[in-house]
Design a protein around this ligand. Structure first.
Ligand SMILES: [Cu+2]
Length: 278
């Protein structure tokens, strides 16, 4: 009987240190992750994206912490045993517990993301642009963002690859097309009015770029041959960085634009200024 008893070893420092190591990895990971990571929000749908990210961080952070603390506890407890004198559970119970915990984690983390994320996805990708939306076309190229407004007629003029010239006509606008006469073409600066839906039509001239507005929680790959559209509502005035989030060549780091969210009056006057400089 005495041979099978779970005799205890005297205290030793090593398992305490190993246990503490795992415990602190869990604690440090969670404390470090609690910080504010995203830039201050500036769009309507972005609140949903932030809610989804927060949910995911809290649930997975809790699992991470519980897992590491449990591991620290087991290391400490197990280290004082001289032998494995009894099983904690039957193999059958272990198997069931593993499956149950795996399913629980998937349901909590993935299920929550789908539940919170699907409405945002629908608003962001499936919504039709309302009639009062401001339309702007953005054409990525190494290493610029070409910006085009349709002008007073609300229609983009025709473009032709034969007319492309990196200096005078980067998007190959055909000025003989009546719809093209009032088009405004500009570089790296986008102006939009605050609290009105913006419809961004994206194209690429050469390779994959990614249209990324971190403050507005907007990110969309721009692929030659495809014309993805985004509809979103900026909610805060300011100048926000437009970055290319796809490594697109040696000058990728300087493929930077500015997204100016301004008042209605300011928007009108900026467009008039850009039109006068065409
Ligand atoms: Cu790029």
């Amino acid at each position: 009987m005495s041979e099978t008893r779970d005799t205890r070893l005297p205290f030793s420092l090593e398992p305490v240190l190993v246990g503490l190591l795992f415990g602190s990895i869990g604690l440090f990971g969670v404390i470090y992750g609690i910080g504010e990571w995203a830039p201050e929000l500036a769009s309507r749908h972005g609140a949903g994206i932030d809610a989804m990210m927060t949910y995911l961080m809290v649930t997975t952070g809790a699992m991470f912490l519980i897992g590491h603390l449990a591991m620290a506890l087991f290391i400490w407890q197990g280290s004082r045993r001289t032998r494995i004198s009894h099983r904690l559970a039957s193999p059958r119970f272990e198997k069931r517990l593993s499956i149950a915990l795996g399913v629980l984690m998937a349901v909590v983390a993935e299920g929550g993301v789908v539940a919170i994320g699907l409405p945002v996805w629908n608003e962001y990708f499936m919504a039709e642009a309302p009639p009062d939306a401001v339309t702007v076309e953005v054409v990525g190229q190494q290493f610029f963002w070409n910006v085009r407004y349709p002008g007073a007629d609300g229609e983009f003029g025709a473009t032709d690859i034969q007319l492309m010239d990196d200096v005078v006509n980067p998007i190959g606008l055909d000025r003989s097309d009546p719809a093209a006469v009032d088009d405004i073409v500009w570089l790296n600066e986008i102006y939009v009015p605050v609290n009105r839906p913006v419809r961004v039509v994206l194209r690429s001239k050469d390779m994959i770029h990614s249209f990324f507005l971190p403050h507005l929680r907007v990110k969309q790959d721009v692929i030659p041959g495809m014309v993805p559209e985004l509809v979103f509502v900026p909610t805060r005035e300011g100048t926000f960085e437009l970055a290319c989030a796809e490594l697109c060549g040696l000058g990728h780091y300087r493929m930077q634009g500015f997204f100016h969210v301004v008042s209605d009056a300011e928007f009108t006057s900026q467009l008039e200024r850009l039109a006068s400089e065409q």
